[in-house]
Write a protein that binds this ligand. Sequence first.
Ligand SMILES: [Zn+2]
Length: 78
Amino acid sequence: MGLPHFWHMHACGRCRIPSIRRSYWLVKLQRNRHRDQLTRRKLRALGYDILTIWECQTRDPVKLTQRFARFLNFPPTP
Ligand SMILES: [Zn+2]
């Protein structure tokens, strides 16, 4: 459902770069992060609002629902 924090290097502290072939992974993952930034920029330029949900943020359904509601400007649930 959400972006996996490993492949996209979410700064949540759960992303661990493998110690084997470390420089390979660093380049690969930083390229992913850079591509994500460019994609977000292009989408904003086209007028889209963007909500990024990370894999690690999908574990709490209440918080996840609140994030969606805020993003969509829904009134808070009682
Ligand atoms: Zn994460």
